[in-house]
Write a protein that binds this ligand. Structure first.
Ligand SMILES: NC(=O)c1ccc[n+]([C@@H]2O[C@H](COP(=O)([O-])OP(=O)(O)OC[C@H]3O[C@@H](n4cnc5c(N)ncnc54)[C@H](O)[C@@H]3O)[C@@H](O)[C@H]2O)c1
Ligand SMILES: O=C(O)[C@H](O)COP(=O)(O)O
Length: 399
């Protein structure tokens, strides 16, 4: 029986689905350290993580029999994707399932900060009735600057315009501007005109420290700042300085450079004493709707990969969307993307007088992936010959 390990309080529907597909499933509420993860992965075929569990090269080297990693979230920066690919370990994520939840949190942040709700709440909780319009604004007519116009940023663009905001955005890639959104040629062009700046870039390593002193200094007087991307993207020390100086009027931070591994662990931040400040514990994607959708989506990807060899929507292997096996057995052969491997696979099968019922090939970068439905189960000698083909990374027989 294949074994799955699900960490970080992944929605229970994922465990149910995997059990319904014949997996033995172990679940844990929190994330694990590298050593704990190596220990926990003993005998595990597929592992589910969220944003806190780092599936590093060292973990993958220690557990080479691991077959797949499911990121039950959007971000995959916590996984060494390149090495996982070299090891033939498929990685999947849920690219869309929690994007709306993030958008709604950020809209909430924008309106609350523009009306100074955190400051008013703090004052009332401490017995101060501070009824004033000073520093409070409608969002209608204000300019929202979206950094990173991807699945989250572009959805936010549409909903912010529906609130009457003017939207500008900055992205490294060419993007279709939705509605009346205006693309800024440079980040500074966005910063200099935005009343609210929100970051929705991905967690690629090159985004570490992306938004620091220089970027904060370019922001408009009394602007607000929001980060719901990754904690390592923004310099919170610089943010605090620009809040304390009165340059910025408020901020919302949902992601932090260092975050606890599980609910209930202690957490401290120097931003705690800022009055117009919204602090949330990385809950942008944490709605019941999003987590349920993610649980179904990623468990389905893991099941399809395990049962059919399908790599559709994998983030690190050549994508082949496979239906049911059309032969007696299915041979999934992942290899270095070299000339002649496919021919060699078919030569071995031909020499064993094994007919091919169906075959799919995908290549991407350094990797090639061929899935062959065969008319009979290959002999041990044939399987050994297939595994011995130069460039073979991993081969699995699915029946
Ligand atoms: N707070 C949360 O709970 C939460 C929830 C979901 C996602 N996230 C984070 O939000 C990120 C974005 O999610 P998404 O679905 O919109 O991803 P996405 O990949 O669809 O969009 C990211 C966009 O950022 C752009 N980008 C990357 N680096 C950039 C840079 N330096 N300057 C300008 N543009 C840059 C990319 O070109 C892309 O268009 C995720 O990668 C994840 O890290 C956080
Ligand atoms: O990458 C993501 O989708 C978000 O950061 C959410 O991460 P989480 O699943 O750990 O809340």
């Amino acid at each position: 029986m294949p074994k799955a390990l699900l960490l970080e309080n992944i929605h229970p529907d994922a465990a149910k689905s995997l059990r319904d597909h014949g997996f033995e499933v172990e679940t844990m509420k929190g994330a694990l350290s590298e050593d704990e993860l190596i220990d926990a992965l003993d005998g595990v075929d597929v592992v589910g993580v969220r944003s806190k569990t780092n599936v590093t090269r060292r973990v993958l080297e220690a557990r080479p029999t691991l077959s797949a990693v499911g990121c039950f979230c959007i971000g995959t920066n916590q996984v060494d994707l390149g090495f996982a690919g070299e090891q033939g370990i498929a990685v999947f994520n849920a690219p869309y399932s929690n994007t709306r939840s993030v958008v709604e949190l950020v809209l909430c942040d924008i309106i609350c900060l523009m009306r100074r709700i955190p400051a008013h709440t703090h004052h009332l909780k401490h017995g101060v009735w501070d009824k004033t319009a000073t520093g409070s604004h409608e969002v209608r007519g204000k300019t929202l600057g979206i950094i990173g116009y991807g699945n989250i940023g572009s959805q936010l663009s549409v909903l912010a315009e529906a609130l009457g905001m003017r939207v500008v955005f900055y992205d490294l890639e060419e993007k279709l501007a939705l509605g009346n959104a205006h693309r800024c040629a440079t980040l500074n062009e966005l910063l200099e005109q935005s009343d609210a700046v929100t970051i929705h870039v991905d967690g690629r390593k090159s985004n570490t420290g992306f938004f620091g002193e220089d970027q904060f200094a370019h922001m408009k007087q009394d602007a607000i700042f929001i980060n719901a991307s990754r904690g390592f993207v923004a310099d919170l020390g610089a943010l605090k300085q620009h809040l304390d100086s009165g340059h910025l009027s408020g901020a919302a931070v949902d992601v932090f450079p260092v975050e606890p591994k599980k609910t209930g662990d202690p957490f401290e931040t120097a931003l705690a004493d800022e009055d117009n400040m919204i602090l949330t514990p990385h809950i942008g994607g944490s709605t019941l709707e999003a987590q349920e959708a993610i649980g179904h989506f990623v468990s389905q990807r893991l099941e399809d990969y395990w049962e059919k060899g399908s790599t559709s929507l994998s983030v690190n292997l050549p994508q082949i969307n496979l239906g049911a096996n059309r032969g007696v057995a299915r041979i999934a052969h992942l290899h270095a993307n070299l000339p002649g491997v496919l021919a060699h696979v078919n030569r071995v099968l031909g020499e064993e007088n094994i007919n091919i019922a169906a075959q799919s090939l995908g290549t991407e970068g350094e990797l090639g992936y061929v899935v062959t439905d065969v008319s009979q189960r290959p002999s041990k000698a044939a399987l050994e010959a297939l595994r011995s083909i130069e460039g073979t990374i991993r081969m699995r027989v699915i029946s």
